[in-house]
Design a binder for this molecule. Sequence first.
Ligand code: C5P
Length: 225
Amino acid sequence: QHDIIIAIDGPAASGKSTTARRVAKKLGYTYIDTGAMYRSVTLKAFEHDMLERLKHSPEDVRILLDPLSIEFQGDRVLLDGRDVTAGIRENRVSREVSFISSLKPVRDRLKTLQQQMGEKRGVVMDGRDIGTVIFPDAELKIFLVADAAERARRRYAELVQKNGNPAALPSLDELEREIVQRDRDDAERAHAPLRKHEDAIEVDTSSLTIDEQVELVYSLAMERI
Ligand code: C5P
């Protein structure tokens, strides 16, 4: 028995993080949410009031990267030592994260961090470019997809659960538009765009339950361990 790397990529809200987290738990592996890392850099840009400036001078992003520390502590995310678990899920972050993640210096830095995190293997890592760029030698590569309306419904349910107050939330239509727009931005960018590695196994979760997704990925992993 040997520890492997499981790469789970796919568009926004396709069920990656829930599946990845639960598969990691079943295997006793570490779960790494790379989207949370791009969200952390985006939050930092807001905190430094730099978003507008970066749209004109993207090279200034180095100010945010020097220094930069992102750590996972159980389910918590620490940015430069502070807990940002809630802040990185804010809608303003979701709206700007594709822009920040299109910047080459950001991708280069997070690539180094992610490769270090997976160095000892025994990880489940989810994102957009894990199978294609970060760990192209991952023993198991999954590409999770689901139709956009279903993804919007899931994201909405998740927000209601977290926020409690549906009145304060974007509408289902609005959420679907944002999700589709983000996928387009992620797929069309120059550096490490969202795409399926030729060896990746495509799983459509539109009509699967979470339990079914987890079982499927878990059994594919067990065949490779
Ligand atoms: O996974 P999540 O939806 O939280 O990711 C947020 C955003 O971070 C994505 O829409 C994408 O712009 C960026 N991202 C990326 N590469 C990854 C993971 C996330 O560019 N590996």
